[in-house]
Design a protein. Structure first.
Length: 222
């Protein structure tokens, strides 16, 4: 019996690891696709525009050159923003510099002050979460806060975390903004949760929206 018990435990651990590796591979594919279809294409377009600007300068068409350079500069700035957002999503600097709790409090203060929203945090349970899990949870919460502000703005948002019975983490983000009727607005969050093999539940009524995200232990302990 003891041998069978250890075998079953080892099988469960291996299965969890396989799912985590699969989620990380999916995330790498998503990033690669984003880079190819976004920044790489933009940079290729900028290179062509610069070639056109040089040709216009060489042929004395300075007004045309100025117009092309202006468009290239605008596209470059847009690409920089996309890459900065990607970098922040991969590893928010505030988490690295301040840690999860202070980082999330800083985010709440920023969002709350900018939009005049009261944001209450109950996040002590997240102190046991590993570095990788913290990045994922921080990103999910940030996206849900942004969604609530776009829908409302709300007057109050509550973020609450608690450990589940099996050692996972449940994160609830509730707001009193106008309920979101379009399910696709949560697709980005759902995809991120899916990659971590977690679950998400969205409840909307006249009082607002409540989103509950549950991540399994192996996704939060790394």
């Amino acid at each position: 019996m003891p041998w069978r018990s250890r075998s079953a435990k080892r099988s469960l651990t291996d299965d969890s690891l396989d799912r985590l590796i699969s989620a990380e591979q999916d995330e790498r594919r998503r990033i690669a696709l984003f880079l190819h279809d976004g920044p790489v294409q933009n940079l290729s377009g900028i290179a062509l525009m610069l070639d056109a600007a040089i040709h216009s300068i060489e042929t004395g068409k300075l007004d045309d050159a100025r117009g092309v350079l202006g468009s290239a500069l605008e596209r470059q700035r847009s690409t920089i923003r996309e890459l900065r957002d990607l970098s922040f999503a991969l590893e928010p600097v505030v988490l690295r510099d301040q840690g999860f709790g202070p980082g999330l409090h800083a985010l709440a203060e920023q969002v709350g002050t900018t939009n005049r929203v009261r944001i209450d945090l109950d996040i002590e349970a997240a102190e046991q979460v590993g570095e990788t899990g913290q990045v994922a949870i921080y990103t999910i919460i940030r996206e849900l806060l942004e969604q609530a502000v776009r829908r409302g703005p709300p007057s109050r948002i509550e973020v609450r975390m608690r450990e589940t019975g099996d050692g996972g983490l449940e994160t609830t983000v509730a707001d009193d903004a106008e309920p979101e009727r379009r399910r696709r607005s949560f697709e980005a969050v759902e995809e991120r949760v899916k990659q971590l093999h977690g679950s998400i539940r969205v409840e909307s009524d006249t009082d607002g929206t409540r989103v509950v995200v549950v991540l399994p232990p192996y996704a939060t302990r790394r």
